[in-house]
Structure formats: structure tokens, C-alpha cells
Design a protein around this ligand. Structure first.
Ligand SMILES: [Zn+2]
Length: 80
């Protein structure tokens, strides 16, 4: 996927590897190296359907406990 243009603000987008955090049953799961189009103007991230599928499959495996984390980090939680 290469839109080249942000649908929100019309800014230019660049393909980048980003990290995604998901809250899963009380724990924070970090998925690294997801390809996204990042808007240089507003920072909006756009994911292709194949990357979204990848995230869904990964999170499903995490829920099922069929994959092991590459590393475990501690997360600090703050109330807004
Ligand atoms: Zn934008």
C-alpha cells in the first residue's frame, strides 16, 4: 500500500516501521515492525489490510498462548 497522501489532512505519507501497543486482558502487548504509512503532517498512521491481518493473527496467538514473547518489558501505568 502506498497512498502517498493522508486522507485526513492531505499531508505526505511515508512508509515506516512502527510499534503497536495493544491492551490484552490486563497486559500490554507490544508488536514491533509493523509497516505503516505515517503522515508527516499530522502523524496519522495508516495500515494496509495485510498488516492489520498480521496484527489480528498475532494478537489471536498471544491470547491462545501459542507464541512466546521475544522479550518481556515492564510497562509503567499512569492515570490521566
Ligand atoms: Zn495527515
Amino acid at each position: 500500500m502506498n497512498l502517498g497522501k493522508c486522507p485526513l489532512c492531505g499531508g505526505t505519507t511515508n512508509t515506516e516501521s512502527v510499534d503497536i501497543t495493544e491492551s490484552l486482558g490486563g497486559k500490554i502487548v507490544l508488536i514491533k515492525d509493523i509497516k505503516a504509512e505515517v503522515c508527516s503532517q499530522c502523524g496519522e498512521r495508516l495500515y494496509s489490510s495485510s498488516e492489520i491481518k498480521k496484527i489480528e493473527v498475532l494478537l489471536h496467538k498471544v491470547k491462545q498462548g501459542t507464541i512466546k514473547p521475544k522479550e518481556t518489558r515492564q510497562a509503567e501505568v499512569y492515570l490521566a
